[in-house]
Design a protein around this ligand. Sequence first.
Ligand code: CP3
Length: 342
Amino acid sequence: MIKNDLYLKALRGETVERPPVWMMRQAGRYLPEFMALRDKYDFFTRCQTPELAAEITVQPIRRFPLDAAILFSDILVVPQAMGIDFKMVESVGPWLETPIRTMEQVQQIEVPNVEDTLSYVFDAIELTLLKLDNEIPLIGFAGSPWTILCYCVEGKGSKAFDIAKSFCFRNPEAAHLLLQKITDTTIAYLKRKVEKGVSAVQVFDSWGGMLSPEDYQEFSWKYINQIVEALSPLTHVVVFGKGCWFALEEMTLSKVSALGVDWTIRPEFARVLTNHTMTLQGNFDPARLNSTPETIKKMVNEMIERFGKDRYIANLGHGILPNIPLENAEAFIRAVVDWKPN
Ligand code: CP3
């Protein structure tokens, strides 16, 4: 049994004394101990070495009273396992020498045996669970098929992912074949993570908000929902779609346990769109962690009052930024942990 099960209680919709809290990208560049390892090992070495991934996962847990850990890894390990050779280039980010832009290329992509190709992730889960010693739950994650396609077609990050969108609209057959291959790989990958002991899985649709509501259905939600259908009998599934407020109503009809929201939506409106029944996660503007600790505390209290303490997981509306002072990250977490009803 996990000793602090606040996060799981919130996913189950149970009454809690206070909301649980964790931060997207909590194992990251704002932590000096993360930067020390970053100086020694390149990004994918950190992901692929179970001892390093486990150590990085617990770094923020040692420092802060967080209610969940998220496994240190990346969404791009899935396309890598499919033979798509992503690199992480300093000051560029994800980089693919030969982007996927034709049907011929898509046909050559394999749905791998994840047991072999991603064994290092499963080993990292094992080591991390030993370190966590049942104190708090461990979250596993994957990128949404659409978000992975964005990087595969674009070859790198982008402001609007125009090339990825053009590919889908000009070549829908190839796009759908690629999305289905990513989906099949992701389902196998997440199922194995659950077998290895993660308590929930989160799907990151970081670029879903680039699509119109109609295109979102066709190119993103349709595939995310296959993942939700396959995983929800086995574990809690959380979907975070950045900029995807327009899809919240549809998502609420699915078998997710919770939905993540970013800071551009008012808590009250998110509650309306999700029928007042869904557990919601979010939505502090990550840039607001640049405010003073006093202001952060005040804003966190307001956020909790507005979402309500139940069916709520306090989090940022996207990943923590690299330049955030440690005391400000701590102020965010402590404000939730110390929260008391009025
Ligand atoms: O939340 C956590 O702490 C778990 C670890 C995690 C990472 N990436 C580690 C990471 C998670 C959940 C991700 C997900 C991820 N990766 C997403 C979806 C979430 C989101 O933020 O939108 C995306 C789009 C990626 C792809 C990716 N990986 C990008 C765009 C970058 C940033 C590149 C850059 O240079 O800014 C990465 C690198 C990355 N992944 C870092 C970390 C801590 C920072 C780079 C480093 O440490 O060298």
